[in-house]
Design a protein around this ligand. Sequence first.
Ligand code: 13P
Length: 335
Amino acid sequence: MQKSSLNETARALFADGKGLLAMDESTPTCNKRFAQLGIAQTEEMRRAYRELIVTAPGLNESIGGAILYDETIRQKKADGTPFIKILEAAGIIPGIKVDAGAKPLAGHPGEKITEGLDGLRGRLKDYAGMGARFAKWRAVIAIDDQRPSRSALEANAHALARYAALCQEAGLVPIVEPEVLMDGEHTLERCAAVTAEALHVVFDQLHGQRVRLEEMILKPNMVLPGLACPCQPSADEVADATLTCFLRAVPAAVPAIAFLSGGQSAELASARLNEMNVRFQSRAPWAVAFSFARAIQQPALDLWHGDAANVAAAQKALVHRARCNRAARRGDYSA
Ligand code: 13P
């Protein structure tokens, strides 16, 4: 295995069974989650919520890296300490979401392309200067009878590969996130076929853009049926379908696969990750890990509800889910 500082960072993020906490919700996404709970959608409430997360005692036992957003990387604790300093002091490596969101892809009704390549070289330099050591870019792929088109997969994979090459040039580890969405009635088999095709296209483009696989992280969806599919599989069926797909499509040089949760409940996401590690750990060449947002944060957000009196309870819930997922990496999770 090639040794380099980016490879070392990629490994450090997942050392000792740890994983990533995605706390990189854009302002509109964070506001949407707050609105669902009746929490005021203000900059100060978003800051207070992020302070709750970064100061949660014991978070660093299970979380090796936290993905921030442009607003968050500049935010500070009430006492003036920058969040990035709090994370660094806890040994949690800071990362940053750098895409500019998914926009409609011209000529492809119902499909999206993730934007953000213009000016990216300069923004990566700025974020690296602030202390970020890795970055994230998310492409979204929707499934229905007609979609995804090959051309939408290729456009998104090309952007992911251009972004990843720029990250490596800037000294940041790229997280490459092609997310096949759970919305719809499609079967597990259809998700497996679409995920496999998406991964083949992504790794072809990564190769084309000369991205060093040892110095990146893949952040994919698990292979799951659509939320509206009547046939919902057991955790071991999800584990089999997911790792069969990834063993075929993801080169062994990639240090880690860190799954997103994508709208699964916190418990299901942990149970499925656990089953993958129980059944495949000895065969998987990469770490089988997590980079969850909702599946770590949602129970804590529900408890917090925008009330300072609930901060300690919410922090306990957050750290509990993080620990559950560390256990799942070892195959030791029980609900
Ligand atoms: P979820 O785990 O909530 O899907 O979020 C992960 C993420 O970072 C989406 O880009």
